[in-house]
Design a protein around this ligand. Structure first.
Ligand code: TMP
Ligand code: ASP
Length: 260
């Protein structure tokens, strides 16, 4: 599989073509952004950990029949994935109220929701990814109602599975954002999960202390992002001795750099 030219550079990832027209390479950068790119930084080692965590989660999803774009991880920062036409909607699932939900509706931070809440946002940075309703989605033909029903069901299954997976390692899955796309393979258009699932795209709190183990550490200037992401990877049983040492070195490296 030969790596081709850069097709697209996003805020946290770069996409490259490959010698197979249906496959692309997804490269995880160390860049962190928040509030629609208004806050930016580079956090050394973040891309490496997210690559591993997302690989772990997407592989387990394949095992339970939640179809996704991952073919395999290629190296520390890259994955071979299926090319999809991304649906221009960010699908957010919430189990506990926090973040934009609390600001928008005045719901108390930390309120446990009686059932998972699904929200849709239009994927458009220029507009600030505005919240949209099901009616907007069907009116503007971003997706038809049958496909939207399919995704809603998929999101509920995904949420159930992820809740259990994180709960088993002492982590509350507060909320997450995912993206879906249409595959190109053999003329058959199928909706599959794409992008990534990592502490960049989920809110993860320790079950006992409620310590934030996700990108809120960056958004809220809490510091220690790499140790938090490493903690998630360790609890999920991903980091082995060797990569564990790498993560620790990365932490030391970034603190040395900051001191300079
Ligand atoms: P929010 O509370 O800021 O709307 O975020 C909800 C969830 O979506 C949270 O887990 C963070 C994630 N998210 C992204 O992955 N990318 C984004 O651009 C935004 C705004 C949120
Ligand atoms: N990734 C988004 C951005 O930079 C926002 C976020 O994750 O909070 O704009």
């Amino acid at each position: 599989m030969k790596k081709g030219k850069k097709l697209y550079e996003g805020k946290a990832k770069i996409i490259y073509s490959t010698s197979d027209k249906n496959l692309i390479i997804q490269y995880f950068k160390d860049d962190a952004t928040a509030f629609n790119n208004q806050k930016k930084s580079t956090i050394e080692g973040k891309g490496v950990i997210n690559n591993r965590i997302s690989e772990h989660i997407l592989l387990s999803l394949s095992e339970i029949g939640i179809k996704n774009h991952l073919i395999k991880r290629l190296n520390m920062r890259e994955q071979l994935v299926k090319l999809v036409d991304i649906i221009p909607i960010e699908f957010v699932v919430r189990n506990i109220a926090t973040g934009s939900l609390t600001k928008r509706l005045g719901i108390e931070d930390g309120t446990v929701l009686e059932k998972p809440l699904i929200e849709y946002c239009l994927k458009d940075d220029k507009l600030g990814d505005p919240l949209i309703s099901r009616e907007h989605i069907t009116t503007f033909n971003w997706l038809d109602s049958a496909n939207l029903d399919f995704i809603d069901k998929n999101l509920k299954r995904l949420n159930d599975y992820l809740l259990g997976m994180f709960r088993a390692v002492g982590i509350k899955l507060v909320d997450f954002k995912v993206e879906y796309g249409f595959t190109h393979e053999s003329g058959k258009k199928e909706i599959i999960l794409a992008d990534e699932i990592s502490p960049d795209t989920c809110r993860l709190w320790d079950v006992i202390t409620d310590k934030k183990l996700d990108k809120d550490r960056f958004r809220k200037n809490l510091g220690d992002l790499i140790p938090a992401y490493t903690e998630v990877a360790k609890r999920l049983g991903i980091l082995h001795e060797q990569s564990n040492i790498t993560a620790v070195n990365v932490t030391k490296l970034s603190s040395i750099k900051k001191k300079k």
